[in-house]
Design a protein around this ligand. Sequence first.
Ligand SMILES: Nc1nc2c(ncn2[C@@H]2O[C@H](COP(=O)(O)OP(=O)(O)O)[C@@H](O)[C@H]2O)c(=O)[nH]1
Ligand SMILES: [Mg+2]
Length: 230
Amino acid sequence: MATRYDVLMRLMLVGDTGVGKTCIICQYAENQFNPIHVTTIGVDFKLKIADIRGKTVKMQIWDTAGQERFEAITKQFYRRAMGVVLVFDICSRSSFESLAKWLLYVKEFSQPETKVIMLGNQCDREAQRQVSIAVAQKFAEENNLRYYETSAKDPGSLDKPFMELCEEILVQEDKASGDLSGHLDMNNSSRSAPIDLSQPAVQRQDSADTQMEKGEGELPARRGWCCGYL
Ligand SMILES: Nc1nc2c(ncn2[C@@H]2O[C@H](COP(=O)(O)OP(=O)(O)O)[C@@H](O)[C@H]2O)c(=O)[nH]1
Ligand SMILES: [Mg+2]
């Protein structure tokens, strides 16, 4: 039976390859951990439903490839994301150093109101840690980001960051709801601009579009909500 929802949120995970983006999404959305690293091709997504601030929120969580050869594809998704999750591996100094680059992409390609958080993943591997909490937190503070340490093996570590990110987006949308000139008018927003799907490596985004357009599976309980899929 179709699951009704009030709000659809497009969230996007970015970060170097191998930091655990795919595992985080699989664990959060499907309670599964895959110990084998399979390179993500282009962009994939999973869905997760949660009750937040009295609303049924459907998260469409985009999983991006961290490799440079896919950057032209992933860059197309930033402007439609309402929240971006920057991920590094606490056991990889270089993945932490790459965050500056990923943040630059967010600033360059996403909407100014897009909310961003930062995850230090693989915190179950404390013995191999290369980035201290203090160093990570300093970077987060300097860039006005909330910082969380997570393990894709531990579902309990993933709820808080996703819930707080969605809450932040909802609070912003609630504030904007009195201002019709805000990005509530998603039909006129560049977030609703079509993505160039001519790139063959984009996986399943078009099937997501088709699924949503057909209304298969899950339907918005209240049409016209600003976060709805377009
Ligand atoms: N121990 C541990 N391994 C992880 C964690 N997250 C991911 N991995 C492993 O790291 C590798 C890369 O994970 P993956 O999600 O494919 O990385 P992605 O390239 O960022 O999507 C895989 O072998 C995972 O099993 C974690 O939190 N803890
Ligand atoms: Mg991946």
